[in-house]
Write a protein that binds this ligand. Structure first.
Ligand code: CO8
Length: 258
């Protein structure tokens, strides 16, 4: 029996798949689901046999937000003392690449959870939004920051201030999602992307992820220097030797994750 109640876990080759599974609440993110997703991501991240993580929800909802019914009775003192939602920050510390496959609603905390992943593949049914303002709150899991970095000030302000949803096509145009695919193909395409990532050298994929993420935390000159140093360090790996030898010898590389 799975140790989890609000998520499903599967291994597909070297891909660890996490499926949010609170269908009656449209996968609303309550405390238990948050603890379980964080634990599952950390377990896959620590597992040498896993080269990529795929996070998904249902056809109707990736996640319809933080659990409003659970939040409703809380006082300021409680949310402040428990530092509500701070545990989600632990997903940012995962070094294994995480792909989000989003169909249906990704609202509020659901949109923020998708943005905590490394990139989003969306079904044409996906709807993204930060409707917190309609509840008398503001985004609380990084939405005002990550959405602004992803789509720029104009659209981030529009979404956070009006609470309107954006469909998949608009989200792709705005740069929030990497690809939009027909809903029926979502899991297949997302799994294929995750499998491709997992077929690469894991330490090199981690370096690529770290370098891209660095661009959000530093100046351009410092970021370019960081990238160059990490690039130099790839030459210390067996996988750089293998990858380049395989190209020259016109064969597929056999990476050893080292
Ligand atoms: N929380 C709890 N339950 C939810 C949530 C949610 N976010 N979303 C849906 N549900 C429940 C509904 O209450 C309903 O339950 P029941 O059958 O018991 O009444 C069930 O899921 C099905 O939902 P609907 O009947 O509403 O389904 P519809 O298809 O009619 O509508 C919608 C789908 C449009 C997605 C609608 O459910 C909706 O608007 N949901 C809320 C969306 C939202 O506002 N999300 C943002 C939440 S706030 C947040 O994420 C961040 C808060 C940050 C706060 C920071 C504080 C520190």
């Amino acid at each position: 029996m799975s140790e989890y109640e609000t998520i499903l876990i599967e291994r597909k080759g070297r891909v660890g798949v996490i499926t949010l599974n609170r269908p009656k609440a449209l996968n609303a993110l309550n405390g238990q689901l948050m603890r379980e997703v964080v634990a599952a991501v950390e377990a896959f991240d620590a597992d040498d046999e896993i080269g990529a993580i795929l996070l998904t929800g249902s056809e109707k909802a990736f996640a319809a937000g933080a659990d409003i019914k659970e939040m409703q009775p809380k006082t300021f003192a409680q949310v402040y003392a428990e530092d509500l939602f701070s545990q989600w920050d632990r997903l940012s510390a995962a070094r294994t690449p995480i792909v989000a496959a989003v169909a249906g609603y990704a609202l509020g905390g659901g949109c923020e959870l998708a943005m905590l992943c490394d990139f989003i593949i969306a079904a044409d049914t996906a709807k993204f939004g930060q409707p917190e303002i309609k509840l008398g709150v503001i985004p609380g899991i990084g939405g005002s920051q990550r959405l602004t970095r992803a789509v720029g000030k104009a659209k981030a302000m529009d979404l956070c201030l009006t609470g309107r949803n954006m469909d998949a096509e608009e989200a792709e145009r705005a740069g929030l999602v990497a690809r939009v695919v027909p809903a029926a193909d979502l899991l297949e395409v997302a799994l294929e992307a995750a499998t491709t990532i997992a077929s690469m050298s894991l330490p090199i994929a981690m370096m690529a992820k770290e370098a891209v993420n660095r661009s959000f935390e530093t100046t351009l000159a410092e970021g370019v220097k960081f990238e160059r140093r990490v690039f130099h360090s790839t030459f210390a790996t067996a996988d750089q030797k293998e990858g380049m030898a395989a190209f020259v010898e016109k064969r597929a590389p056999k990476f050893v994750n080292g």
